[in-house]
Design a protein around this ligand. Structure first.
Ligand SMILES: Nc1ncnc2c1ncn2[C@@H]1O[C@H](COP(=O)(O)OP(=O)(O)O)[C@@H](O)[C@H]1O
Ligand SMILES: [Mg+2]
Length: 354
């Protein structure tokens, strides 16, 4: 059998030997044109190519349709999820159709709803807690204030009694009237401090002279500090200023002072330092008290974390302090060594600096 080209088309030459018994009579030869077969093969290949192209286009169209149908909503869901943080909880993913993706989008929307409700509840609780901690520190103040008022009041009564008994001697009269006036001045200054403390106006940051503010907060606790023979060192430079709401600053200083006083025995030293670099005002409150054990250091800013006896500690003071510092985009950290003391460092960004 032989294949060869004849004209434009191939042909097949076939030769078959003709033999009867052992005698060979010759060879039968015939040729077959491959023209028709070639045509058919070409047509079939053409059809296969066409079919392949059709199938590929259909596949591509299906992929595009599927991605529109499924990937589009998933991308939308993902981008909405990314936006769903902080205060932007009023987001909603459109729900189309009734398939699994629609169910997913619907559940996502109701989850966002629940988170928003939980957030609002938390905010309300937060406000209540802030209020209760304020009440607690006012309680500590009130004890001091009662003492500050009762002492001079006792003195005034004594002087008045003496004056009743013997008011004729001008020298004695002058002496006792002077003492009465002194006592009344003391009461007046205490009452005015208390009024100043309770006059919680709106959050109103003003330019505050830090050294004075540190001294003023200390004067509120004069009684508590004096009773325990604790030394107070105000080492804040006289030219350090911070833009802050006075009540916020007093509240956080009081919280830190009260903790430091609670942590110290007699002869402890409470030191407040201040400094400033280009972008930050740093305020540090250090004590020589009992310190904080390492396993508690990271918990002291947690609400309700307290190592004090019931009735002595609420566990909200440092949490409130942390919240106040955060209002000013600041940060508060603590370093402490058990048995040696603690140092609370607050850093306020330059926006607050004047
Ligand atoms: N200066 C400090 N020295 C030692 N421990 C401290 C100091 N400040 C805070 N702590 C610890 O942190 C806890 C939490 O403080 P705080 O939030 O003010 O709540 P409270 O004073 O009501 O316990 C305290 O109970 C105490 O264990
Ligand atoms: Mg406290």
């Amino acid at each position: 059998m032989q294949r060869f080209a004849r004209g434009e088309h191939d042909a097949l030459d076939v030769g078959v030997p003709l033999s009867i018994g052992k005698k060979r009579w010759g060879t039968l030869k015939f040729g077959i044109s491959l023209e028709k077969a070639d045509h058919r093969i070409l047509a079939t290949v053409g059809r296969i190519v066409l079919l392949t192209i059709l199938l590929m286009s259909a596949g591509f169209a299906i992929v595009v349709l599927l991605s529109r149908r499924f990937i589009g909503p998933i991308t939308q869901l993902a981008s909405t999820m990314e936006k769903a943080h902080g205060d932007t909880l009023d987001l909603k993913v459109p729900v189309r159709g009734q398939d699994e993706l629609a169910v997913l989008a619907d559940r996502f929307n109701s989850m966002i709803d629940r988170i928003r409700q939980a957030n609002e509840e938390l905010k309300k609780t937060h406000e209540k807690l802030v209020q209760s901690e304020k009440l607690a520190s006012i309680g500590v103040l009130a004890a001091g204030v009662a003492h500050e008022i009762n002492n001079p009041l006792g003195g005034i009564f004594n002087c008045l009694r003496m004056l009743q008994q013997d008011s004729d001697d001008p020298a004695r009269r002058e002496k006792y009237l002077g003492l009465v006036k002194e006592g009344m001045d003391r009461i007046e200054s205490t009452v005015s401090k208390l009024l100043w403390m309770s006059r919680k106006a709106d959050h109103r940051p003003v330019d505050v002279h830090l050294r004075d503010a540190v001294e003023k907060a200390h004067s509120f606790l004069h009684y508590k500090i004096g009773k325990r023979k604790i030394a107070f060192a105000n080492e804040v430079p006289g030219d350090l200023h911070l833009t802050v709401d006075m009540h916020d600053l007093q509240q956080l200083l009081l919280n830190l002072y009260i903790n430091a006083i609670d942590a110290m025995g007699p002869d402890g030293v409470l030191t407040v330092e201040g400094s400033r670099n280009d972008s930050t005002v740093v305020l540090e409150v250090a004590d020589t008290g009992c310190g904080i054990v390492p396993e508690n250091v990271h918990r002291v800013f947690d609400p309700f974390f307290t190592t004090k006896l019931p009735g002595e500690g609420t566990g909200l003071g440092l949490w409130l302090t942390y919240e106040i510092v955060r209002t000013y985009d600041g940060e508060i950290t603590v370093e402490s060594e058990p048995g040696r003391g603690s140092r609370f460092t607050m850093r306020f960004p330059s926006r607050q600096v004047r």
